[in-house]
Design a protein around this ligand. Structure first.
Ligand code: HEC
Length: 446
């Protein structure tokens, strides 16, 4: 099981990274000692620590790469971390070389390179740290700014209060368009931040015509073939789903692009789709969920590992190690039901769970990351997961899922990464292409 081995080795990354950090920082301290303390004999120590730092950074980068392939991490943060990591390796090597030949290269260059090395190291460390806390942890749980606005609208008392534009369309634009069309970054001179800015249009004038969806640039852009130059969102970003397009079209065509029109005036289908996405207070409570520590202690006694991702939201990361499962995973899972809405990350890798257990997991409404790799689960069980409307990452490595099993997963709009090592699915399969085309990153081992 090469995959297990890679995962096993990769997991040493978070531990190992402390070595290069230590070596490279101590090298700078030694250097300061050489220069400020006038201890030229220490120059050897600077060289040696830089060498150790470079080698250990190289190993860390390789381990990190393996870890990234084994699933569970994704997104821009990972890309930045990866690039910064390799940059650190590269600059450390240069720092070692320049320092060794300081007479030739000069002191200034030597100091500058050491400075860059520390900068690269800090950037890598910063993004690495954020990665282990999760991308959404940063945005959704940030102690400042637009907390819930990231993917949800304002908090409403009841669904009847919802307005189509503010409570349903805006969250969609926010998550799929505003990375390029917002105050301070208005690609095509279009700002989709508010109704007023949308009304202003872009560099080519208005982007919608009330009551005429067909002539509306906004609709044209999102319904073009995805490979068309004008297609939005640009640059292969996650496209709008059919429902989202239907919603926009309805709002312009039938809703007359009225910013205040109530959701209750929309078509049945649209209401049904939009309702669970609203941020209703009391219904799906986001704020101030208390953590029942007694229950968590009981879970830990049963062998679960539980980590609090956010105290404010009561968000938990739950892991059932395979040795703790001991063939009892089905029974153990039942103990999670009382806190099912608090589980944001869940790992049941190699615990022996079966198809029937997945229908329980399908009730964990806030689940963002799910690892069920190396379990005897198949298409019939996996189709239950389609109801997980916040799932972003799903690891199905080493399961019996087949290409047909991917179809229900395409319904999960939030899905960003899918791991399929050691399955019978071929990367060239049509079903794989289809799910990739909806913006999901599908990872095969090689
Ligand atoms: C990755 C960046 C990016 C994202 C994400 C993005 N756009 Fe754009 N958009 C652009 C760029 C660049 C232009 C200008 C070039 C062009 O007209 O194609 C543009 C232009 C437009 C225009 C034409 C404005 C005008 O007056 O010419 C519309 C309409 C538009 N985008 C809508 C959207 C919508 C709706 C979304 C979300 C579904 C979206 N965009 C997401 C980059 C982006």
């Amino acid at each position: 099981m090469i995959q297990d081995l890679i995962t096993f080795i990769g997991r040493f990354h978070p531990l190992w990274v402390h070595l290069p950090i230590g070596f490279l920082i101590i090298a700078v301290f030694f250097k300061a000692y050489v220069v400020l303390g006038k201890k030229p004999a220490m120059q050897e120590a600077v060289s040696f620590s830089l060498l150790l730092g470079t080698i250990s950074a190289l190993i860390a980068a390789v381990l990190g790469f393996l870890l990234s392939r084994s699933g569970g991490y994704e997104g821009d943060l990972l890309d930045i971390h990866l690039v910064a990591g390799w940059t650190t390796v590269f600059i450390s090597a240069i720092a070692w070389w320049v320092n060794k030949n300081e007479l030739r290269f000069g002191k200034r260059l030597n100091y500058a390179v050491l400075g860059f090395m520390i900068l690269a190291l800090s950037v890598t460390g910063h993004f690495g740290r954020n990665l282990t806390h999760g991308e959404d942890y940063l945005t959704a749980f940030a102690p400042f700014g637009e907390k819930q606005e990231v993917t949800k609208g304002r908090v409403l008392a009841k669904a009847e209060d919802a307005e189509v534009f503010t409570d349903v369309i805006q969250p969609v634009l926010r998550s799929k368009c505003q990375s390029c069309h917002r105050p301070g970054k208005t690609k095509g001179e279009l700002n989709l931040h508010s109704y007023e800015t949308l009304l202003k249009g872009g560099e080519n004038g208005p982007v919608f015509i009330a009551a005429d969806a067909e002539k509306s640039e906004l609709i044209r852009r999102v319904t073009l073939p995805a490979d068309h130059d004008d297609f939005m969102p640009a640059e292969g970003k996650k496209p709008l789903t059919e429902e989202e397009i239907q919603l926009l079209t309805w709002w312009i065509a039938k809703g007359n692009a009225n910013p205040k029109i109530s959701l209750m005036d929309a078509d049945e289908e649209i209401i049904a789709w939009a309702k669970p996405r609203l941020n209703i207070s009391g219904g799906e409570k986001m704020l101030a969920v208390s953590i029942d520590t007694v229950h968590l202690k009981a879970l830990e006694k049963m062998g679960f590992r539980v980590r609090v991702l956010s105290h404010e939201y009561g968000a938990l990361d739950v892991v059932l190690p395979s040795d703790a499962a001991n063939g009892q995973a089905s029974d153990l899972l039942k103990a999670l039901l009382p806190i099912k809405d608090q589980i944001y990350w869940l790992s049941l890798a190699g615990t022996g769970i079966q198809d029937a257990d997945l229908s329980q997991i399908a009730q964990f409404s806030n689940l963002q990351r799910l690892r069920v790799e190396n379990n005897p689960i198949s298409d019939s069980g996996i189709s239950a997961l389609r109801s997980l409307s916040k799932l972003e990452s799903l690891n199905l490595n080493g399961t019996k899922v087949s290409a047909a099993g991917l179809e229900p997963l395409a319904e999960i709009n939030s899905l960003k990464s899918l791991f399929l090592w050691n399955t019978t699915i071929e990367p060239q399969d049509k079903k794989v292409e289809k799910i990739s085309s909806t913006g999901v990153k599908v990872v095969f081992g090689s």
